[in-house]
Design a protein around this ligand. Structure first.
Ligand code: CU
Length: 182
């Protein structure tokens, strides 16, 4: 009885962790993994990362995954790492918006290509439309400012509502063309 209750609770928690965010887990480098000679700027170029997504680095012995600051990423400087792991499989949860930088701290590997910069979109995209909707209600008393708000409102709302639609189109297009090939 106690076991089944725990099981149901565990399932409930698991479902709640997965469902609301629709987080994406990215396998860094796909089949290449985290290795020397890969080009991670190409790998990131067609991807959009959001808060809640995670990166999984798969690599053999003799590599590390270090999160570093931008300056250390650019210069391949080790020793100031924000975090480091050499377990062979490193999962990084992208918890904050902005650009996150990862390098391999083994000498020569970062300059050899084992460096990854990931730009994470914030939850800011969901707060911008709500602040845009809030401004017209406050400006109803002043007629002069109402003329300027519609332009700003249509700009932000069209940009925010269009991108998920376009993303859905692209995803369905990929599935439509890629699935028959597999
Ligand atoms: Cu390495």
């Amino acid at each position: 009885m106690a076991f089944s209750n725990a099981l149901v609770l565990g399932l409930f928690v698991a479902i709640n962790m997965v469902l609301p965010t629709l987080a994406t887990v990215y396998s860094v480098g796909d089949t290449s993994g985290w290795a020397a000679g890969a080009d991670y700027s190409t790998w990131t170029s067609d991807k959009t990362f959001a808060v809640g997504d995670s990166l999984v680095f798969n690599y053999g012995a003799g590599h590390t995954v270090d999160e570093v600051k931008e300056s250390d990423y650019k210069s391949c400087t080790t020793g100031n790492s924000l975090s480091t792991d050499s377990s062979g499989k490193t999962t990084i949860a992208l918890k904050t918006a902005g650009t996150h930088y990862f390098i391999c701290s083994v000498p020569g590997h970062c300059s050899g290509g084992m460096k990854l910069a990931v730009t994470v979109k914030g939850a800011a995209s969901s707060t911008t439309p709500s602040s845009g909707k809030g401004s017209p209600s406050t400006t109803t008393g002043t007629p002069t400012s109402t003329t300027t708000t519609p332009t700003a409102k249509t700009d932000s709302s069209s940009g925010d509502s269009l991108s998920p639609f376009v993303a859905m189109l692209i995803v369905s297009w990929i599935f439509y063309y890629a699935l028959p090939l597999v």
